[in-house]
Each structure stands twice: as C-alpha cells, then as structure tokens.
Ligand binder design. Structure first.
Ligand code: ATP
Ligand code: MG
Length: 432
C-alpha cells in the first residue's frame, strides 16, 4: 500500500492557528448569538425595519469620506489593501457607510421617503485584542433615513431598550447627548480648543495632535490624565444653536413621556465624524473599559456628503460579542428531549429507527453511535441534560415494550416501542 506524504511527514506538520483577534464561535456559545440575532430580528420588525445585506468590503474612500480622516478608525484601525486590480479596498470597520452607499446607489429613497433598515455581520478593526475588543467583531445595527422629527430619535432609543429588555438585560443604561450641527459646532470646537490649549502639558500625545484636527475626541480619550485635564471642559450642550437645542429638548420629552430611562452625558462624543445632534450609547459597568455595548446617533449631513440626496439619517450599532458577554451562560445548547440507550446490535438498530422517526417529527433525540456500555450511555444522557431516557435491551426488543423515564422527576412510563406513542408521551411534558 502506498502511503501519501502527508502521513509520512506527520512530525513536520505544525497546526495552523487562527489570526489574532479573529474568533471561532463554538457550539455552547453560538446559541447565545442565535438568541441575540433572533431577538433583534423580531423586535426590529415590530418597529418597521427590514434587513439589508451589503458587502463586507468597500472602496477605502467610502470609509475615509464618511467616518472622517481624523478618526481612530480611519487613522489606525482599518484593514485596507490594494487588490490584484490595483483597487484600494477596505474590510468594513462599521456598517453605516456601506448601508448608506447602497441606499444612494440603489435609489431607495425613490421607493419610500422613509427607509428603515437593519443589518448584522462581521466588522474589522485593527485594535489591541482583549475581552470585548477583537479584530473581527460583529455588529447588529439599524438606520432610519428620511426623518428629521425628534420622535424618530426617541423611537430608535425605545427600540433599543425593547431589544435589551427582551433579552432579559436591565443593564446597559442609556446615555444621550447632542453634538450640535455645522451651524453651532464650530463655535464649540473653538471654545474647547482654547480650553485644551491652556492644558496642553497635561494631555497625551494623541490628544495634543487631536487638538488641531478633532478636539472633541479629547473628551473621549481613555488616558486617565486626559480625563482629569478635561474634567471642567466646556459643555457642548451650552453651545447648541436654537434648532439643535429644541431638537434635544424634544427627544428628552418623548423619552420622559414613554418612561424610557436615560442620563444626559455632555462629555459623550462619538468616534465617527458624521454625527450631528442626538448621539447615544448604551453603557455597562460589567465589561471594564469596553463599556459601550451599543452606540449611535443622528447623521444629517452624511447622505449628501456621500453623493446622495439631502436627507437626514439616524442609526446605531451594537457589539454582538459584548451583548453575548452580558448574557448569562445558561442560554447554551438545547438539551435533547430524549436519549435512547441501547444494548446490543439489534437494539441499536431499533434505537436508530425510533430516533429517526422522532427527529422527523421535530424532537431532539440523541443516542450512542459507538456501541458503548449502557452505563457509559447513561452518563452521556446525563451530561447532555436529556429530559427523558429510554433503554432498549434484549428483553425490551423481544416484547416490544420499554420504560420511558423522565429524568427530572424519575417518573417511569412503560409503553409500546412505537414512534407515535413515544411522540405522544414526550409532548405531554412540553419542553421548557
Ligand atoms: P469603543 O469606545 O469601545 O472603542 P466605539 O466607539 O469604537 O467603541 P462604535 O464604532 O460606536 O464603537 O461601534 C458600536 C459598537 O460596536 C460598540 O459600542 C461596541 O459594542 C462594538 N465594538 C466596536 N469596536 C469593537 C471591537 N473592536 N470589538 C468588539 N466590539 C466592538
Ligand atoms: Mg473604538
């Protein structure tokens, strides 16, 4: 027999690992993800959102133009490269830019003056991996295009709260702010810049640089010295123009009227340049410095900036990994309804036949494929948390009857080994 080289050189084959910051999501964990995704789909549909699926790669200029050149994302976090056709492309670091690019390109505003979209999928940022921060991570996000009225700001926030409530999470808490608009932000920028210049010595290198290009980012800096230096910084809320102030007051009024709890955080700036007026974060105290679970805001200038009509927009994205970290581990794999333990070859065949018929009817049934001892099969039934077990030995096979045992109560029921009768017995004790 000729053995292939692959076998002969076994000692040379070193296992290939995944890329740092790119995770596998394994069974046991993936059930939480499915629950998060299913909850998002269900809740977002209630509020009139439809799913959109856009590519995970776009032209680099889409992100530099929308997110802004002087942001952390564009300056240092993007996975950009030149493809074989000499095109500059980037793995998307966030979802809004691609969704709005598609909205404009596919002329979705022609179909309906108000467009509500949601998306889910992987995003890529070259960051330092740690708990709750990865290089491939996943977002679920939503965008509304075409509504200026502050009721939509409130509705988006109410929908987010609804989503977290349905997942059984009371955390995270909602923080809101207003970043003003092109009318009023320049004056605030100037005031903040003046304040920062007086404290230049106390700021980190990044913030000294940001002072020129994007001084608002200094308020968001995670270096403790910068936090102290900016503690008394002027508040953006004191610099809003009339229109922005009215808008923010109305958003809060709608949140109050619907008993949606929130806190105003005037230091909250977002890491993307396109935000105007309302911005918000859902914040948790349980994930260290990865405290933002979801974040978003209004982006009234973005659609025109990207070559589309002059329409307002608002949206958010949540980090699925961070939501999953907040969910308790007990949402893991669904336990089988029944484990069939069989003794001997013929009993094994019968167990297999019954399992297949029951699975066809939607029951989760497991058995042992390897001919292990009855004792070891029962240990496995235990490990899987099977709700019922059924043992088929030589006697059971001979007289066509078996004992169905409900594990939680120990109650046993003798019944004829027919799939229909088993199905009836299993459904008389519904799944939790
Ligand atoms: P942070 O301040 O934690 O860096 P961010 O402001 O960069 O967050 P956004 O760009 O607003 O985050 O993205 C929205 C959400 O996506 C965040 O609130 C977070 O839950 C999630 N997120 C962002 N970056 C990562 C990452 N590298 N790994 C995991 N989740 C992330
Ligand atoms: Mg970030």
């Amino acid at each position: 027999m000729v053995k292939c080289a692959h076998y002969l050189n076994k000692e040379n084959s070193v296992a290939i690992t995944g890329i740092k910051g790119f995770n596998d999501i394994l069974p046991g964990e993936v059930e939480k993800w499915q629950r998060i995704e299913a909850t998002a789909r269900r809740v977002f549909q209630i509020y009139g959102f439809s799913e959109i699926r856009v590519p995970i790669m776009e032209k680099t200029e889409l992100f530099s133009r929308s997110i802004g050149d002087a942001t952390d994302i564009v300056e240092k976090e993007m996975y950009s490269f030149t493809d074989k056709g000499e095109n500059r492309v980037t793995l998307r670091p966030e979802g809004t830019a691609g969704v709005i690019r598609s909205y404009i390109e596919q002329k979705l505003h022609v179909l309906d003056p108000v467009t509500k979209l949601y998306y889910m999928g992987p995003m890529f940022r070259y960051e330092r991996p740690q708990k709750g921060r990865y290089r491939q991570f996943h977002q679920i996000g939503a965008e509304v295009v075409g509504v200026t009225n502050p009721r939509i700001d409130a509705q988006v926030l109410i929908m987010l709260r609804h989503f977290f409530r349905d997942l059984g999470l009371t955390e995270p808490t909602l923080q809101i702010n207003s970043l003003g608009c092109p009318e009023c932000r320049p004056a605030y920028r100037a005031a903040l810049k003046g304040y920062l210049e007086e404290r230049r010595e106390l700021l980190c290198d990044d913030c000294r640089r940001r002072m020129e290009s994007n001084p608002l980012r200094a308020l968001d800096c995670k270096v403790p010295g910068c936090g102290q230096a900016t503690a008394e910084a002027p508040s953006v809320l004191d610099h809003l123009c009339r229109g922005c102030d009215d808008h923010f007051v109305a958003v809060r009024r709608h949140l109050d009227a619907t008993e949606t709890s929130y806190a105003v955080n005037h230091r909250m700036v977002r890491g993307l340049d396109y935000y105007t007026r309302t911005t918000f974060e859902l914040v948790t105290g349980l994930l260290g410095s990865q405290s933002a679970v979801a974040a978003g805001g209004r982006y009234d200038g973005l659609i025109q900036e990207l070559g589309g009509p002059n329409l307002p927009g608002i949206g958010f994205a949540m980090g699925v990994e961070r939501v999953a970290l907040l969910l308790s581990a007990n949402a893991s794999a669904k336990a089988p309804d029944l484990f069939i333990a069989a003794h001997g070859e013929a009993a094994g065949d019968e167990a297999f036949r019954l399992m297949t018929l029951l699975q066809g009817q939607g029951f989760r049934v497991e058995l042992d494929y390897e001919g292990k001892s009855l004792k070891s099969q029962m240990r496995r039934a235990d490990k899987l948390g099977a709700r019922h077990t059924l043992i088929i030995g030589e006697d059971e096979l001979a007289n066509g009857r078996g004992m169905l045992k409900e594990m939680a109560t120990g109650v046993q029921l003798e019944l004829i080994l027919e799939a229909a009768l088993l199905a009836e017995a299993l459904s008389s004790q519904p799944s939790p």
